[in-house]
Structures are given as structure tokens and as C-alpha cells.
Write a protein that binds this ligand. Structure first.
Ligand SMILES: NC(=O)c1ccc[n+]([C@@H]2O[C@H](COP(=O)([O-])OP(=O)(O)OC[C@H]3O[C@@H](n4cnc5c(N)ncnc54)[C@H](OP(=O)(O)O)[C@@H]3O)[C@@H](O)[C@H]2O)c1
Length: 311
């Protein structure tokens, strides 16, 4: 069983994480610092970045911010979004991440996505080398299906490694992770840190009017959420939030965290103003009735096996 994840000074990692994908893009240096400081003030010590984010600015900014208290924060980055999960890609990505963040050790290194073309012996051999050299502490996987994750567990074990973290997409309108990933993570003792708790901004309600943002600016996100039923669910979420006198983003983040397996959502924004309602979810007490009401906004995904009607 994988031990509870800690920062270098032995502190357990926080229930929520903060993601720095906007550092150096949507958020300039000052806005990034403000969000980092607010996250720390809210008790967050788990920070998420990736080699591929914002041409390296995300890792560079984050490295500058953590420098005064490196041992008190848990830094997760990702490798091999491009270039395949080969030994060469992983080693060079980890080296670049260390250099950009000016750190000696990466707390968690994720494979950013499943690579069907590289033998996992090679992938986990490279990660084992990094672990033996003390360059990484934990290994994670992101955007893996459950069968790919369990194959990774098996292949990692052969290299004397464990998969300690998994990072799927998960929010009120993207619930595939409920079917296998969340129960698998709980069963295997992996920390599940889901991304996009606001559906990239959809669940703030701003696209109900003339709002602009990632969904109007990034074709990948537009495609991801370009379904009428998702936009209707976002409208309904906004209506429920008004009734409850709370920001829709607070409800959306609290809902993602309230899954019975207790995942650790990765919060984010492009400004402190945007981030505030997400941070408010940390102290928001979501009732069982409200959890169920929000879960009813879209149909639950079908189960992984086909005899559910007999249960
Ligand atoms: N492993 C992966 O493949 C993967 C993929 C994506 C993200 N991640 C990680 O997860 C983190 C969070 O993901 P995410 O950014 O997709 O999370 P999210 O919470 O679903 O979306 C955040 C975005 O929503 C909009 N937003 C947030 N608060 C708002 C508010 N109060 N009012 C209006 N708009 C608001 C902003 O975008 P706009 O201003 O542009 O609308 C903001 O950047 C990332 O930083 C990254 O670390 C990982």
C-alpha cells in the first residue's frame, strides 16, 4: 500500500491542490503570485504544473515562488505529453523541469498521457532510474484509462516502483472517472487529483451570457464542452447557486471534492478574483441533498459492467 504523500518536511499534502497552467499565459507574474499566495494562505501545499505548460513559464514561475519554502510544498510536474514516453523524453523532461524550477527533487512526476507506442518496460525503467538517483519521489499517471493504469501498476512494480497518483478530468458534466478511475484509485491507495473541476470555466456560468474565456478561445476546450446538455447543466447549476446564495464555482469545486472516494481537485484561475470562489469551496459544507441534486444535472455514466439492472 502506498504511504500517505507528504512534503519534504514530512507534512501531509493538502486536501486540495492548485494548478499553474495559467502561469505565464492567462496570468502574468503578478497575478500568478497573487494566486499562489492565496492558495498557500488557504492551506494548499500541493502545486501542479507540467513540462509542456506555457513554454516553461509555468515551471519557472512556480520555482521562483516555492524557493523560500521549498520543503513545505509538494511539487508535481508531468512529462511526455509530446515525444512519447520514451527513456530519452522522460530523462530530458525531468532534467529541464529541475532546471526551470531550480530544485533538486521533483515530488511527483506524472506521465502526462498514455503512450501506446512505447514499451512500458522502457518508460518505467527510466522512471526507476530517476527515483534511484533521488530526482523524483513519487510517480503518477494522467489521462489514463483504468486498464492502462492497472497495466502501468504492473509494469511499474516490475521496476520496483509504485503508482502513487492519478490525474483524470472530473467535474459535474465530465463524470467518466466515476466509473472506474475513482474507485480504482481508492482501492489501490493512489491519490486521485482530478483536473478541470470547473469544466475549464463552463461551470462558472459565464457562458450563459456573453462570457468569453477558454471555451471561446481554445478549440480543444470548445470541443470538449460543446454539448447542449452540458450548457443546460451549467445554467441549472447557476440557478441552484443563486438559490443557495453561493458562487456556482464554489458549488462545482465542492461537488468534485465530495465524491465518496475523496479526490483532491486541482483548482485554478487566471486571476485572484477568479480563484476566490474556487478557494471558498475548501470550507463549503455541501449537504448530501445538494450533492445529489447537482449529480442529477447530467445522466450518470453507465457502469463498467453490464448487469447493473439486476442489482
Ligand atoms: N493532466 C492534464 O491533462 C490537465 C489538463 C488540464 C488541467 N490540468 C491541471 O489542472 C489545473 C486546473 O485545470 P483547469 O484550469 O482546467 O481548471 P478549471 O477550474 O476547470 O478551469 C479554470 C478556468 O476557468 C475559468 N475560471 C475560473 N474561475 C472563474 C471565475 N470565477 N469566473 C470566470 N471564469 C473562471 C478560467 O478560464 P478563462 O478565464 O479562460 O475562462 C480558469 O483558467 C491546471 O492548472 C493544471 O494544473 C491538467
Amino acid at each position: 500500500m502506498i504511504q500517505k504523500l507528504t512534503t519534504l518536511d514530512g507534512t501531509p499534502i493538502s486536501r486540495f491542490a492548485f494548478g499553474t497552467m495559467q502561469f505565464g499565459a492567462g496570468a502574468d507574474r503578478a497575478a500568478s503570485q497573487a494566486m499562489y499566495d492565496a492558495s498557500r494562505a488557504a492551506g494548499i501545499n500541493h502545486f501542479d504544473t507540467a513540462h509542456v505548460y506555457t513554454d516553461g513559464a509555468s515551471e519557472t514561475f512556480l520555482g521562483e515562488m516555492i524557493a523560500p519554502h521549498r520543503d513545505q510544498v509538494f511539487v508535481a510536474t508531468k512529462a511526455a505529453y509530446t515525444g512519447g514516453s520514451t527513456r530519452a523524453t522522460i530523462l530530458s523532461s525531468a532534467k529541464t523541469s529541475l532546471q526551470r524550477m531550480k530544485i533538486d527533487v521533483i515530488d511527483a512526476l506524472y506521465l502526462h498521457r498514455f503512450d501506446p507506442d512505447t514499451d512500458m518496460h522502457e518508460t518505467f525503467g527510466a522512471l526507476a532510474e530517476l527515483k534511484q538517483e533521488g530526482v523524483i519521489r513519487y510517480v503518477g499517471i494522467s489521462n489514463f484509462a483504468a486498464w492502462q493504469a492497472m497495466k502501468a501498476v504492473y509494469m511499474a512494480n516490475m521496476a520496483d516502483l509504485e503508482i502513487a497518483l492519478i490525474q483524470p478530468m472530473y467535474n459535474v458534466v465530465k463524470r467518466q472517472a466515476e466509473v472506474e478511475i475513482l474507485p480504482m484509485a481508492e482501492d489501490m491507495g493512489m491519490l486521485c487529483a482530478p483536473y478541470s473541476p470547473l469544466g475549464g470555466g463552463l461551470l462558472t456560468g459565464k457562458y450563459d451570457g456573453k462570457g468569453t474565456g477558454r471555451l471561446t478561445q481554445d478549440a480543444r476546450y470548445a470541443a470538449r464542452y460543446d454539448f447542449d446538455y452540458m450548457h443546460r447543466a451549467a445554467q441549472e447549476l447557476t440557478r441552484i447557486a443563486a438559490r443557495e446564495d453561493v458562487h456556482p464555482a464554489t458549488l462545482a469545486v465542492a461537488w468534485a471534492a465530495a465524491h465518496p472516494t475523496s479526490p483532491s481537485p486541482i483548482l485554478s484561475g487566471r486571476s485572484l478574483e477568479q480563484l476566490k470562489p474556487s478557494l471558498a469551496a475548501i470550507g463549503y459544507d455541501l449537504s448530501d441533498a445538494l450533492y445529489a441534486e447537482l449529480a442529477g444535472l447530467v445522466p450518470a455514466p453507465p457502469p463498467a459492467t453490464d448487469r447493473a439492472e439486476e442489482a
